[in-house]
Write a protein that binds this ligand. Structure first.
Ligand SMILES: N[C@@H](CCC(=O)N[C@@H](CS)C(=O)NCC(=O)O)C(=O)O
Length: 323
């Protein structure tokens, strides 16, 4: 099975490649991609933390009526007869896998086919999220950190919650400062542990990951959210990794120094974000576990999905102790 994720390994070290479609939806006069009600469509996997952060922004801003959404099947499958690429595919029928859908916009069978429609010469990875323009029939952007910015700022005329701002100006430098270390050491850090093919890069990524989690634990002992006392982009970015950690990364990616539910502040914080209205809708643990454990045969050859641990994010948290 060809695993495009593993093609990002060099010298035993996992190095994530840059994404390719980098256009912006903008309300500036004359913009090529203006914000319009009903024009854009987001393709995600519930398994993917990067795609899930886009979906979380969509929900927090109340953009579900303005921007369409389609969810792929959790397990990677062959994307084209005659070659050995495995990747994201759509459901064949609406009831094939609970939560997974057919492609209602282009009627294609895989995410790869969307990239081929957008650019027949495309040769990169076929990743989610994909933000699709129905009018120009192309991919606007496939970089989650940019899609979230567009959702935050550019659709306020159509958002049910235009007042929600996950990049408030007064916290901008804190947010960027936090993102600068959480991305490499935590969000990508778990992948650097999991996809390392040599001991040394694995151990380096592991040490960095747990040092960064300790740093979060310390910050979160003093304030409710990671960049201050309001929910921001930095929290959503951190949350998507924390919520997958105990049930996937601890086992599958060998991030097994400590579970998140053993850190009092990090665990209560994860529950706090999970219980923020509409965030729980973006977390589908069935898709998450099915994907990771069953789509990476190089690290879990038999595709057995561990039953535990059972983690309950719905119990009471203590984060309202910060006012
Ligand atoms: N930089 C991208 C990364 C997205 C990404 O790596 N997505 C993974 C899933 S978690 C994917 O679609 N992988 C498919 C593949 O590698 O073939 C973003 O943040 O949007």
């Amino acid at each position: 099975m060809a695993l495009s994720t593993l093609s990002d390994v060099a010298d035993g070290e996992f190095k994530r490649k840059e994404t390719t479609f980098r256009n912006f939806i903008s309300s500036q006069p004359g913009a090529e991609f203006p914000p319009e009600n009903g024009r854009y469509h987001l393709y995600i996997s519930y398994a993917c933390p990067w795609a899930s952060r886009c979906y979380a922004f969509m929900k927090l801003k109340g953009l579900e009526d303005a921007i369409g959404l389609t969810v792929v099947k959790p397990m990677w499958e062959r994307t084209k007869e005659g070659d050995d690429h495995f990747g994201w595919v759509f459901a064949k029928t609406e009831d094939e896998v609970p939560g997974a859908q057919r492609d209602p916009i282009n009627g294609v069978t895989s995410i790869r086919a969307l990239y081929d429609l957008a650019n027949p010469d495309y040769t990169g990875r076929y990743t989610v999220p994909v933000l699709w323009d129905k009018e120009k029939k192309t991919i606007v952007n496939n970089e989650s950190s940019e899609i979230t910015k567009m959702f935050n700022f550019e659709f306020n005329n159509f958002a049910k919650h235009p007042d929600v701002n996950l990049y408030p100006a007064h916290l901008k430098s804190n947010i960027e400062q936090v993102n600068s270390w959480t991305y490499n050491s935590i969000n990508n850090g778990v992948y650097r542990c999991g996809f390392a093919t040599k001991q040394k890069p694995y151990e380096e990524a592991f040490a960095e990951l747990f040092a960064a989690l300790d740093r979060c634990e310390d910050i979160l002992s003093k304030q409710r959210y990671i960049a201050g006392n309001e929910l921001t982009e930095a929290d959503i970015r951190l949350f998507v990794t924390l919520v997958r950690f105990d049930q996937v990364y601890y086992v599958h990616f060998k991030c097994n120094k400590r579970l998140i539910h053993q850190y009092p502040n990090l665990f209560n914080y994860t529950k706090d974000i999970y219980q923020t209205p509409s965030i729980a809708d973006t977390v589908n643990m069935f898709h998450i576990k099915q994907h990771y454990y069953r789509s990476h045969p190089s690290i879990n050859p038999h595709g057995i999905v561990p039953v535990g641990p059972i983690v309950d994010f719905t119990t009471k948290h203590d984060r309202d102790r910060f006012k």
